[in-house]
Design a protein around this ligand. Structure first.
Ligand SMILES: *[C@@H]1O[C@H](CO)[C@@H](O)[C@H](O)[C@H]1NC(C)=O
Ligand SMILES: *[C@@H]1O[C@H](CO)[C@@H](O)[C@H](O)[C@H]1NC(C)=O
Ligand SMILES: *[C@@H]1O[C@H](CO)[C@@H](O)[C@H](O)[C@H]1NC(C)=O
Ligand SMILES: *[C@@H]1O[C@H](CO)[C@@H](O)[C@H](O)[C@H]1NC(C)=O
Ligand SMILES: [Cu+2]
Length: 587
C-alpha cells in the first residue's frame, strides 16, 4: 500500500515532465493536501506544484528534522544610519534607516541556504544588533542578535557578520532588538522560498504593516515609560512603508495583478503597538501559513495580526478588472491610532494591470476591532505534544506590573514572577554561560531548561490589574499552543490541545487571561521570550530561557565574531564615552 502510493506519485511526477506532452497540455495539479509523504526528485516547485521542492524535500517534510543540505550562500550588507525619514510625506522626522530605505532591503534566500549578513553601525551615538525574527538558529544562538543576551551590541563604527542556515521557509522580518530602535525604522522583511500548501501563479512578496509615529521612538519610549495613562498613540499606519496622511499627501501602496492569476501575499505585522485586521475587497484569502509554519489552507475574508505574526495568503484575481481596497484596521479594543479619525481609507490598492489607475470605490467586509489570535490554524506536518508536559513541567510565569510612584518619576515596569527584565549590554547571558558562571545579574529573568529533548510547558498568567493582551514571541523555537483563555487556567488537561496544536513563534496572551505554550529543549542556547509591543519590551516584559547550558559551547562552535563584538562594545560603552544612557530593559 505504501509502495503503491510511491508508484502513483512517481507516475504523476513523470507525467508532468514527460517531453511528449506539449506545454499547452493540462498540467496535473498537485495540492499539498493530496500528496503522499514521499517527495520525489522529478517534482519541482512551480505554479501547479507548490507542494514540491527537491529530491527528498517537500511540504510534507518535518523541517525540524531536516532541511536541504547543500544550499547556496547568500550575502547581504546592511548599513544603519542616523538620518531623517518621511514615509507618508507628513514631513521629515529623525529616524534610523537600513541602506537609506524604509522598510530596509528584502532579504531573500531559499530553504537550506546559508545567509551571511554584514551589519554596519554607521550611527554616532547608539549601539545596535539585528534579530532575525522567527529564525530557529539551530545551534547558532550567537547569531540571534539580542544585545545583552546573545551578543554585545554592535558599537558605533563597527560591523558584525551574522551567519545562519535557513532551516525553515516562508515569511518573516528582521529588526533591531536594541532598546526602542526598531521603532526608528531599523527593520526589513525576509522571504525564504520553499514549498507551500496551496498553488499560486506569482508571488507579490512581503507586505509589512506598521503603526507610524511622527516623533522619534526613543523620545516616545521615555514618555511611555513614565506615562500613567499608557503609551502615546501612533499617528498613522504604513503598508509596505507607504500611506496617505491626514492632509491628503502621501501615496497608497499598490499591488498590480493580471486577471485570472493567483497571487501569494505575505502579510507581516511589524508594528510598535497596534494589532491589525486585514481584508481585500472581493478577494477572499486562502491562508497557508501561520508565522513560519505551513498550515492546512483555509479561506477567510479577514485576518487579525498581532505584532510579530505573519500570514501568507493566496488571492485569485478573478474579479472584474479594476481597483480594489486592501483594508487595514486597528484592534481598537486594545489600542488606538490617531489616523482613525481622519476620514481616510487606511490600506493599500489591488490594481488590475488592464484597468486605469484610480482610487478604489469598492465596498468590503466590516473589519473586526478585537485583539484575539486567529484560530483554525492547523499545521500541515502534524505534531503531538506529550500530555505529561502538564504534570511534569508546569511552571507559572506570572505577569504583573510595579506600582508607579512619584519618587521614581512614575516609572512604569512590567514584572514576571515579580521581576523586571533589564539586560547588561556588557555582559550578555551567553557570555556568562560560556564562562561557566551562574551570575546572570539581578534582572535577567532567567529560567533553566536543562534536559535534552524534554518538553517544557510555560503557563503565562496575566495577573496585571491592567488587563490588556500581549503578543508573546519566543526566540530559538516555535511553540505549540496547548490552550489560552480569559480567567485562570484550572491546572488540568481539560480542553487543552495535544494532537497537532497550533504552532508558531508569536501568540497572544489574552487580557486578564492565560496562555499555555510548550516546546522541546532541542536547541542549546539562551533565548528570550518577550512581549512584542515595543514599549512593553522596553518596560521589562520578558524572560530568558537558558537551554541545556552545559551543551551550548559544543553546539554553537565558533564564537570569534561574538568575542570581537564584545571587545569592541566594551571599549565603547564606558561611562563618559557616550552621550546617552540605557534607560529601559535594553531589549
Ligand atoms: C542622530 O543625529 C542627531 C542630530 O545630529 C543627534 O542628536 C543624535 O545623537 C544622533 N543619534 C545617533 C544614534 O547617532
Ligand atoms: C474567484 O475565485 C474564488 C477563489 O478561488 C472562487 O471561490 C470564486 O468562485 C471565483 N469567482 C469567480 C467569479 O470566478
Ligand atoms: C549617564 O550615567 C552617568 C553615570 O551614572 C551619569 O554621570 C551621566 O550624567 C548620565 N548621562 C545622562 C545623559 O543621563
Ligand atoms: C540612541 O540615540 C537616540 C538619539 O538618536 C537617543 O535618544 C537615545 O537615548 C540613544 N540610546 C542610547 C541607549 O544610547
Ligand atoms: Cu505587552
Amino acid at each position: 500500500m505504501f509502495i503503491q502510493k510511491i508508484a502513483i506519485w512517481l507516475s504523476l511526477g513523470s507525467l508532468t515532465f514527460a517531453s511528449a506532452i506539449p506545454p499547452s497540455a493540462v498540467v496535473v495539479e498537485r495540492q499539498a493536501a493530496t500528496t503522499t509523504l514521499v517527495p520525489d526528485g522529478q517534482c519541482t516547485n512551480g505554479p501547479r506544484t507548490r507542494s514540491c521542492w527537491s529530491n527528498g524535500f517537500s511540504i510534507a517534510t518535518d523541517f525540524d528534522a531536516k532541511a536541504p543540505p547543500a544550499g547556496k550562500t547568500v550575502t547581504y550588507n546592511l548599513k544603519i544610519t542616523n538620518t531623517t525619514v518621511n514615509p507618508d510625506e507628513n514631513g521629515p522626522r529623525p529616524g534610523m534607516l537600513i541602506n537609506d530605505q524604509y522598510p530596509g532591503p528584502l532579504i531573500r534566500a531559499s530553504w537550506g541556504d546559508t545567509l551571511i549578513i554584514n551589519v554596519e553601525n554607521k550611527m554616532q551615538d547608539n549601539g545596535t544588533g539585528i534579530h532575525w525574527h522567527g529564525i530557529r538558529q539551530l545551534n547558532t544562538c550567537q547569531q540571534d542578535g539580542v544585545g545583552g543576551v546573545t551578543e554585545c551590541p554592535i558599537a558605533p563604527g563597527k560591523t558584525r557578520t551574522y551567519v545562519f542556515k535557513c532551516t525553515q521557509f516562508g515569511t518573516s522580518w528582521y529588526h533591531s532588538h536594541w532598546s526602542a530602535q526598531y521603532g526608528e525604522g531599523v527593520l526589513g522583511t525576509i522571504i525564504i522560498d520553499g514549498p507551500a500548501t496551496a498553488n499560486y501563479d506569482e508571488d507579490l512578496g512581503t507586505v509589512p504593516l506598521t503603526d507610524w509615529y511622527y516623533q522619534p521612538a526613543f523620545e516616545l519610549n521615555e514618555v511611555a515609560q513614565h506615562s500613567q495613562t499608557g503609551p502615546p498613540l501612533p499617528d498613522n499606519i504604513l503598508v509596505n512603508g507607504k500611506m496617505k496622511n491626514r492632509n491628503g499627501g502621501g501615496q497608497y501602496f499598490k499591488m498590480t495583478v493580471t486577471k485570472n492569476k493567483k497571487y501569494r501575499i505575505r502579510l507581516i505585522n511589524t508594528a510598535v503597538d497596534n494589532v491589525f485586521h486585514v481584508s481585500m475587497d472581493g478577494h477572499p484569502f486562502t491562508v497557508i501559513t501561520s508565522d513560519f509554519v505551513p498550515i492546512k489552507p483555509f479561506v477567510t475574508d479577514q485576518l487579525t495580526l498581532a505584532i510579530g505574526q505573519r500570514y501568507d495568503v493566496i488571492i485569485n484575481a478573478n474579479q472584474t478588472s479594476g481597483n480594489y481596497w486592501m483594508r487595514v484596521g486597528v484592534g481598537t479594543q486594545c489600542g488606538g491610532n490617531n489616523i482613525l479619525n481622519a476620514g481616510l481609507q487606511i490600506g493599500a490598492i489591488l490594481h488590475y494591470a488592464d484597468a486605469p489607475d484610480a482610487e478604489p470605490t469598492t465596498t468590503g467586509v466590516t473589519l473586526s476591532t478585537a485583539c484575539d489570535d486567529e484560530t483554525n490554524l492547523v499545521p500541515f506536518v502534524p505534531n503531538t505534544v506529550p500530555q505529561s508536559v502538564v504534570t511534569d513541567f508546569n511552571e507559572e510565569l506570572s505577569l504583573n506590573n510595579d506600582p508607579q510612584v512619584p519618587e521614581n518619576d512614575y516609572l512604569f515596569r512590567w514584572t514576571i514572577d515579580g521581576s523586571t527584565q533589564i539586560v547588561d549590554w556588557n555582559r550578555p547571558s551567553l557570555k556568562v554561560a560560556l564562562d561557566g558562571s551562574d551570575d546572570y545579574g539581578a534582572n535577567a529573568n532567567l529560567y533553566q531548561i536543562p534536559t535534552r529533548d524534554n518538553w517544557y510547558l510555560w503557563h503565562i498568567a496575566n495577573r496585571s490589574p491592567i488587563p490588556i493582551p500581549h503578543p508573546i514571541h519566543l526566540h530559538g523555537h516555535d511553540f505549540y499552543i496547548l490552550g489560552s483563555g480569559t480567567g485562570n487556567w484550572d491546572g488540568t488537561t481539560n480542553g487543552l490541545t495535544f494532537q497537532n496544536p497550533t504552532r508558531r513563534d508569536t501568540a497572544t496572551l489574552p487580557g486578564g487571561g492565560y496562555l499555555l505554550i510548550a516546546f522541546p529543549a532541542d536547541n542549546p542556547g539562551v533565548w528570550v521570550m518577550h512581549c512584542h509591543i515595543a514599549w512593553h519590551a522596553s518596560q521589562g516584559l520578558s524572560v530568558q530561557f537558558l537551554e541545556r547550558k552545559a551543551e551550548i559551547a559544543g553546539a554553537i562552535g565558533n564564537i570569534d565574531e561574538f568575542n570581537k563584538g564584545c571587545g569592541e562594545w566594551n571599549e565603547y560603552w564606558i561611562p563618559g564615552n557616550h552621550p546617552y544612557n540605557q534607560t529601559d530593559s535594553g531589549l
